[in-house]
Design a protein around this ligand. Sequence first.
Ligand code: SF4
Ligand code: SF4
Length: 159
Amino acid sequence: MAELAERAWEAVVGLATGLRVTLRALGAKKNTVMYPIERLDVSPNWHGLLALPVDPATGKDKCIICFQCERVCPDRCIHIEATGKGKERLLTRFDIEMDKCCYCALCVEVCPTEAIVFVPLYEASTRDRNRLLYDLDDLHRADSKEPVARGIFSVGGRS
Ligand code: SF4
Ligand code: SF4
């Protein structure tokens, strides 16, 4: 009889402990983010997508076509072509194969004009590998080509 009572007491204590943990969790601040309905802002230093944003002051990118980023890239995923000489030099191709990029940031660090930058976006995954080739127009837009949730949910101005 005493053993039965001891077991019943242990069960009550166990139940009370469990309920206390549950009630504490109910009142605690939630850490779960209901992605993609909710999104967290990432740090401005986030190594997300690469971009060549257009400079609002000039309406052009800041690239001076020095080829340093192409040379330093360990994955050989930057491809630059240009025509003309001196001040007449014009970019005809600036492609980045984001599927090969290892986000090492060497291109960003070596760029003398801060023309190539990381943008704090992380929704670039796609089922089509070709969609991970970012050309100059894509890089000027400084946005991902195919956010997973685009077209499914519309949240915070991005859809
Ligand atoms: S982050 Fe690294 S791997 Fe990616 S493009 Fe730049 S240099 Fe190449
Ligand atoms: S390092 Fe900068 S300026 Fe030089 S080619 Fe690359 S993006 Fe352009």
